[in-house]
Ligand binder design. Sequence first.
Ligand SMILES: [Zn+2]
Ligand SMILES: [Zn+2]
Length: 264
Amino acid sequence: MMISKKTFLSLFLLLGLITACTKDEVLEKDPQPEEQPKEEDESSYHLQAVGQSAAELLTQEEFEALQVNLVYVEGYAPTAQTLENLEAFLQERLHKPQGIHISKTAISSPGLAPYSIADIQQVEKDFRTGFNKDKTLAVFVFVTDGSYSENENVLGVAYRNTSLALFGSKMQQYSGGVGQPSQSLLETTVMNHEFGHIMGLVNVGTPPQTDHQDTAHGKHCDVDGCLMYWTAETGDVVSNLVGLSKAPSLDPQCIADLQAKGGK
Ligand SMILES: [Zn+2]
Ligand SMILES: [Zn+2]
């Protein structure tokens, strides 16, 4: 099915807004994490709020390597290009001299679609195998087989300090067709955007060095064309996304924020 540019714009822009809302929800829910520390000291590290691991992601002081464990429901695998793009994006910003490694694991459908944040957290509890070990920081990415139960137009969420999800069925619906961005371009844009949030952008753990937060739209950047951009009234984002072969980049102000927090 073809969708209009306007529809696509709404979808793209919504992901940012809902990410911010979702963070609020998680912050409200998190005072009593569902999982208590178990056998190891690090076992509750991954239950913190979005942005709380910005420094650990950006610097090499505590962690010199990054392991991204991507779990996807069969039939919703991200493209190899998306993962290459993600690795390049992370290499560009994070001090991880021991490397950035991305692994992919397929699972059968958990049968939970449409997904609430609690559903996604349940999947993480059941299927996350990567946790911090020695000098390696672990991030969990889940690609769902359904939409977000709170808003079916949402494409991605960052819901914990090292956890994010992409709504795989929406990726397929809104990419690859005539007049739509390619699957890799859409996935890369959403994936990198959500990683931007767990790096602390904008003003969610990483203090802004200049006044560029789009406070009307939550934790986003007010620079047109930035990866962390959100505004409802312009078609520029859509034109850029559909017309470009590469996902939007971080603008200099977002990069300056990350550098001030210890990133590249
Ligand atoms: Zn966002
Ligand atoms: Zn920006």
